[in-house]
Design a protein around this ligand. Structure first.
Ligand code: 3PG
Ligand code: CO
Length: 553
């Protein structure tokens, strides 16, 4: 059994109201015209930077600092918020799947055995994001799984692709589909009937999150399960090339691949096996519900096939969903949020729908719901639905700021935690002008929260989960923007590998508190111990070290 009692901090008092603000997609990068944070009016964040190096510093938010396989892996919200909340670095889904594939253990597990019972008579369907972004899935993992399944008896395989353009460059979908087609042709040469069966852009088909818009999942269901879509093609490469005429990779409409009789080549039917190949949970768990739950009323499934279904990982440990999976997820236990409520810290968490699970589910180690409902309040502000966020780049920043302000002024909470999504969600659209507006809106929201902290004599911790808005172009090694063969700037819709700022302050911050200079490589996982200190506690011994020290008496 875990002992939840935290030791008192020898120098820092309890009972301060602390705002923990996470700016999503807000990294630190050189100030040029493609750095939207630099271009935007961000007086609040600029003023915090003046506090460097005692009250403002940078922390690592990508690669091994957040449990990703390599230093080339950009950060993302899942691993970022996991690290922020858990205070330790866990090998994340991307890495765990790599290891399971490399050792072959993936094929010895219960999950693979279960789906392989369908190989003799049924089809194996693989559904997921097709790119090498490494945020939700990775192409090389799909390639290995295809090969491994073929070698282990899968006779008929259908791949249902979701094109990316969000964790990778827009337009790169064509190349990924070509690579996949080549692999499938190799499998066919070995006697496995393997084909792409359907597709669509990730933001329009299947990969919604936090139940923002079930229509997105329905569009995918219709194509993947029912074999029905507004667009029919005989080749997936042709499909993606044609559909890109009217939409970018993220938003391609759903399509199905048909045979010479115009019949879909791969609907999902009784007796088939299905694997959702994404390792990351947030954008797969809705489909997992549709595939697994007997009782389901989010949309009309029309047909609910009797299948053997497994996730690449289990996406929700509380819901045990899906019940079968190929690789066990990281076990992120004893998070700072759980410790703090056990030590009397009353907590308020808030964001708008598209990031709500980030400051709750991801923050709490991929766990839904509160630890102690009488001490916690989680507020979700509904996001706009059915638009790309460059159309409304202010999003709900103001509303989040207001909710946080009211929670602070109510004095009912000790920790007020928010995620402000603008830099990330608008940054992902690749619209530079809109992202500048987004960054200003985020800065305005921070100001509202800091003003409220000022009024109650509290403390603020302002940081971010990974970079995005601070760099909107693809660059060469020396940092110069790259152009494509037509001379157009290559817009970076994805996250970055840049570090993120962290600032502390507020009237409640004890004199003498400052950032230590002996944790130069500090990362997001060091923030949890820091926040625990500010609440008046010493972090558990296995947490990454605190970033602060108290100098003087
Ligand atoms: C997404 O899911 O929107 C992107 O792939 C990653 O963005 P996030 O990690 O900021 O959510
Ligand atoms: Co993002």
């Amino acid at each position: 059994p875990v002992s939840w009692k935290l030791e008192d901090h020898p120098k820092l008092p309890k009972g301060k109201t602390i705002a923990v603000v996470v700016l999503d997609g807000w990294g630190e990068y050189k100030p040029d015209q493609y750095n939207c944070i630099h271009v935007a009016q961000t007086p609040t964040m600029d003023s915090l930077k003046q506090g460097a190096p005692e009250k403002w510093r940078l922390v690592r938010a990508h690669g091994t600092a957040v449990g990703l396989p390599t230093e080339d892996d950009m950060g993302n919200s899942e691993v970022g918020h996991n690290a922020l909340g858990a205070g330790r670095i866990f090998a994340q889904g991307a890495k765990l799947v790599d290891l399971a594939l490399a050792s072959g253990k993936i094929y010895d597990g219960e999950g693979f055995k279960y789906i392989s019972e369908s190989f003799e008579k049924g089809t194996l369907h693989l559904i997921g994001l097709l790119s090498d972004g490494g945020v939700h899935s990775r192409l090389d993992q799909l390639q290995l799984l295809l090969k491994g399944a073929g070698e282990r008896g899968a006779k008929r395989i259908r791949v249902h692709i979701l094109t990316d353009g969000r964790d990778v460059l827009d337009g790169s979908s064509v190349g990924f589909v070509e690579t996949l087609e080549n692999d499938l042709a190799n499998l066919r040469a070995k006697g496995v009937d393997a084909r792409i069966a359907s597709g669509g852009g990730r933001m329009y088909v299947t990969m919604d999150r936090y139940e923002n818009d079930w229509n997105v999942v329905k569009r995918g269901w219709d194509a993947q399960v029912l074999g029905e879509a507004p667009h029919k093609f005989t080749s997936a490469v042709e499909a993606v090339k044609k559909l890109r005429g009217n939409a970018n990779d993220q938003y391609l409409p759903p399509f199905v691949i048909v045979d010479e009789n115009n019949k879909a080549v791969g609907p999902i039917v009784d007796g088939d096996a299905v694997v959702t190949i994404n390792f990351r949970a947030d954008r797969m768990v809705m489909l997992a519900k549709a595939l697994e739950y007997q009782d389901f009323n989010k949309f009309d499934r029309v047909r609910f096939p009797k299948i053997r279904y497994a996730g690449m990982l289990q996406y929700d440990g509380e819901l045990m969903l899906p019940s079968r999976y190929l690789v066990s997820p990281p076990e992120i236990d004893r998070t700072s949020g759980e410790y703090l409520v056990h030590n009397g810290v009353r907590t308020f968490a808030c964001s708008e729908t598209v990031k709500f699970g980030h400051v709750t589910f991801f923050w709490n180690g991929n766990r839904s719901g509160c630890f102690k409902p009488d001490m916690e309040e989680y507020v979700e502000i509904p996001s706009d639905v059915g638009i790309t966020f460059n159309v409304k780049p202010k999003m709900k920043a103001l509303e989040i700021g207001e909710k946080a302000r009211d929670a602070i002024l109510s004095r009912k909470f000790d920790q007020i935690r928010v995620n402000i999504p603008n830099g990330d969600m608008v940054g992902h659209t690749g619209d530079i002008e809109a992202t500048v507006v987004a960054c200003k809106a985020a800065d305005d929201a921070v100001k509202m929260i800091l003003d409220a902290i000022e009024q109650v004599g509290g403390i603020y911790v302002v940081t971010a989960d990974h970079g995005n808005a601070e760099d909107m172009v693809k660059r060469n090694k020396s940092g110069e923007p790259l152009k494509d063969k037509d001379g157009n700037l290559q817009i970076l819709t994805s996250h970055t590998c840049q570090p993120v700022p962290i600032a502390i302050g507020g009237p409640g911050l004890a004199p003498g508190v400052r950032f230590r200079n002996d944790v130069p490589n500090g990362g997001l996982a060091n923030v949890a111990a820091t926040v625990m200190n500010l609440h008046g506690f010493v972090a558990p011994g296995d947490y990454e070290p605190t970033l602060i020290e108290v100098v003087g008496n």
